[in-house]
Design a protein around this ligand. Structure first.
Ligand SMILES: [Zn+2]
Length: 371
């Protein structure tokens, strides 16, 4: 199958993060094993979800890792002009959920890996396909355990959308659930209660002080050149005549690649201690940034040369690349087709030309490093 047919098959499997992904795993296993690749299905920490590792070539020498996540974000509440889980080609664009982030790269890599054929490889090509990345890189751990037991690769390409430029740095992230517990009371006697919603609001307001500290450490290579804090979902309160005893919100901290998140998190905890309500923090997800790696520069320049893109970019979004760098101790770059600006929203698309260029890039990379 060609990359576009593979992409159509992948988009038709609605692998929304957090849901079971068995149909996708079976498709990948059958497609890859059918071409002669060694395929291992590696369960993720979440029941019903699994990662897939496929290898072509000898496993006992350093090789290339092509890495991607196979889950996508949900379409609920989005207004699409086309069916999101069907690939629709229009005006040179391939529309569908996950085309840009990042089934386009998966399709190109599948086309190349299944087409390697019988020509002997000097070095292995590993295709590492994870689940639950969109939940904060929560599925890839066991896949990394398996890869880390193999010889450290020469190069790892994480194919998140960069329009085929080569990013060698990205930010890290910590995601928290914050539970604020007050004391319920009749609202005519507010002094007997502790209002959890109001204390949650005080804590959220206090984040501005943490942001001021965060702004003191800058790296102007990033669009947003410092660590950031953002509150997402918030829930709490009930009938107006009851002082609410519970409020919960989710908070994320994104840090510069080598920045320790702990001092900023300590400021958040300090602010929480000044409240009357009790506050408990639950960590939902954490992944490191992708840090500059001078030893990996030749590998990054090789990829940029083959891709015809720029090298050494810094991107603000997070990827699994920081985890690959941490676990595999190898040169890791982020380079893939399409743009993050076209991902996650309605009418997500990938330019057909980007898909073709990615297939060509990966073919040349395999020929260059593994033949
Ligand atoms: Zn992604």
């Amino acid at each position: 199958m060609g990359a576009e047919d593979l992409l159509a098959a992948l988009v038709a499997l609605p692998t929304v993060a957090g849901e079971p992904n068995r149909a996708l795993v079976e498709f990948l296993r059958d497609t890859l094993a059918g071409s002669g690749a060694k395929v291992t299905v590696i369960p993720s920490p979440r029941a019903g979800a699994a990662n897939v590792l496929a290898t072509v070539g000898p496993r006992d020498v350093p090789g290339i890792v092509l890495a991607a996540h196979t889950d996508v974000v949900a379409v609920a509440g989005q207004s699409w002009a086309t069916e999101p889980f069907a690939l629709v080609a229009r005006d040179g664009r391939l529309h569908g959920r996950g085309t840009a982030d990042m089934k386009g790269f998966v399709a190109a890599a599948l086309a190349v890996v299944t087409g390697i054929g019988d020509g002997p490889l000097r070095r292995p090509v590993h295709l590492a396909l994870s689940c639950d990345e969109e939940l904060g890189c929560r599925g890839v751990g066991p896949l990394l355990d398996t890869l880390a037991a193999l010889p450290a690769p020469r190069l790892c390409v994480v194919g998140e959308p960069t329009m085929l430029d080569v990013a060698t740095r990205h930010k890290g992230k910590v995601a928290l659930r914050v539970r604020v517990r007050g004391r319920a009371a009749h609202s005519s006697a507010v002094t007997r209660g502790v209002n959890a919603v109001e204390d949650a609001a005080r804590l959220i307001s206090a984040l501005d002080g943490v942001r001021e500290v965060a702004a003191g450490e800058r790296d102007d290579a990033f669009d947003v050149p410092h660590a950031t804090l953002s509150v997402g979902r918030i829930a709490g309160g009930g009938p107006l005549n009851v002082v609410p005893d519970r409020c919960t919100f989710e908070l994320e901290l994104r840090t510069l690649p080598c920045q320790d998140p702990e001092p900023l998190l300590a400021l958040v905890r300090d602010a929480a201690r000044r409240l009357r309500a009790g506050v408990a923090f639950e960590e939902l997800a954490r992944y490191p940034g992708l840090a500059a790696d001078p030893a990996g520069r030749p590998a990054a320049e090789l990829v940029a040369g083959l891709a015809g893109g720029r090298a050494g970019l810094a991107v603000d979004f997070g990827t699994e690349a920081g985890l690959y760098q941490e676990r595999l101790r190898a040169p890791v770059v982020v380079c893939g087709p399409g743009s993050m600006a076209h991902a996650h929203g309605p009418d997500e698309y990938l330019e057909a030309d980007q898909l073709a260029r990615t297939e060509e890039l990966l073919r040349r990379l395999v020929d260059h490093l593994a033949r």
